[in-house]
Design a protein around this ligand. Structure first.
Ligand SMILES: [Mg+2]
Length: 413
């Protein structure tokens, strides 16, 4: 079978309707239809309460309202859904750099290489569901399997708010009784043709055999036969390669003096390093952004001899860049560290991360990964380099009023 691959398919539950319920809590528990209310209106999403009456998306609104006259019709707000989708995908991308969006509310996530950082895949799936719910206030359903199409089938099996795992070794058993229409690419015409040959389940399809399927459907027959054997080589293709990532803080009181500024930069370098580790990336180019009390903004950047995800290297580079800034007699209201020119970790490193703990990665990399994982789970201050001081200590250089990841590369959507 497909070795140790672990792929998640995440599907938000009744996405548009759930966003509306989140925004308008008085709708909770009611049948909600998102869509145009006019005579030609179509249902864009139906809440699970509305689905009980037979309402579903893509249905004419008039039909849905005949089935469920008491439903609350809410006009769609696509800009809002896009914004929420970005927040949801940002959570996904913390768990793995390999996120492939299928639509505004659905994605494949390949967990390859994340085991050392996050633990076994089932725990990752659970942590991801909790993170989405806590941070975005919405539920999702997750399928976990060794290949894409099985993960997608699995996510639909316990909706809403479900987690379905197809454990390695049980794939064929899982597939055998499924109706053939559940397989990707088996549309109504193919189904009809197969049913005439007495093929109703995936098990029937498997028994019909490769030769007969190829004779009937050509290459598509071969593909279906492979699916019936749980074989699906398709990789998760990330649709966003971040061009840069960074973190900047705006201070309530101007920060004065090099030692205080270096502490600020350490905090930001640490956050950037955490995000690099979480996304399995290393960067070669480090940028410093600094803005003084008169709103004069300067940026400086440098290229490192080799790509890194180590906060100490990022901090050292930012401090070297700071040396080129005139700090005498100036107070600064904002500092930021960002990185560009990413390199994916080398193949060996990836394999190493997947390997059992007998072959640990180099000490500093292992340490960085552990520190990042702890901060990710327990909050940024949980394990922070002592030199950076606490948020409270930052008070003597100006409390932070605004702290945000800065991400110039926006999701295409
Ligand atoms: Mg959905």
């Amino acid at each position: 079978m497909s070795g140790d691959r672990a792929i998640l398919h995440v599907d938000m539950d009744a996405f548009f309707a759930s966003v509306e319920v989140r925004e308008q809590p008085q709708l909770r528990g009611l049948p909600v239809l998102v869509g145009g209310a006019g005579r030609r209106g179509v249902v864009a999403a139906a809440s699970y309460e509305a689905r009980k009456f037979g309402c579903r998306s893509a249905q004419p609104m008039a039909v849905a309202l005949r089935l469920c006259p008491q439903a609350v019709v809410v006009p769609p707000r696509h800009a809002l859904y896009t914004e929420v989708s970005r927040a949801v995908f940002a959570v996904f991308e913390r768990f793995s750099p390999l996120v492939e969006g299928l639509s505004i509310d659905e994605a494949f996530i390949d967990l390859a290489g994340t085991e050392r950082l996050w633990g076994p895949p089932r725990g990752v799936a659970e942590a991801l569901r909790v993170a989405v719910h806590q941070e975005v206030g919405l539920t999702c359903s997750v399928g976990l399997a060794c290949v894409k199409f099985l993960a997608k089938i699995a996510s639909g099996m316990n909706k809403p708010d479900g987690l379905t795992e197809i454990p390695a070794g049980t794939e064929l058993e899982f597939l055998t009784p499924l109706p053939i229409g559940e397989l990707w690419g088996v549309g109504p015409r193919t189904q009809e043709k197969l049913q005439r040959r007495g093929v109703h389940t995936v098990g029937d399809l498997r028994r019909l055999g490769e030769a007969a399927l190829v004779e009937m459907f050509g290459a598509h027959g071969l593909h279906m036969h492979r699916l019936s054997l749980a074989l699906d080589e398709r990789a998760v293709v990330p649709d966003r390669a971040a061009k840069s990532l960074g973190h900047e803080d705006t201070y309530a009181d101007n920060v004065v003096g090099v030692p205080a500024l270096r502490r600020c930069l350490l905090s930001q370098a640490t956050r950037v390093a955490d995000r690099l580790v979480a996304q399995g990336l290393k960067a070669r180019c480090v940028c410093l952004k600094i803005r003084d009390g008169d709103f004069v903004t300067e940026t400086r950047q440098c290229t490192l001899p080799r790509a890194t995800d180590d906060y100490r290297e990022l901090h050292a580079a930012a401090c070297r860049l700071l040396e080129a800034v005139e700090t005498e007699g100036r107070g600064f209201r904002l500092t930021g560290v960002s990185v560009t020119h990413f390199e994916a970790p080398e193949r060996e490193v990836q394999l190493d991360l997947l390997a059992p703990a007998s072959e640990p990665p180099p000490k500093s990399a292992a340490l960085q990964a552990v520190l990042s994982a702890v901060r990710e789970r327990h909050g940024h201050q949980a394990l922070f380099p002592a030199e950076a001081g606490s948020e409270r200590r930052l008070g003597d250089t100006g409390a932070i009023t605004h702290s945000r990841p800065n991400e110039p590369a926006k999701r295409r959507r």
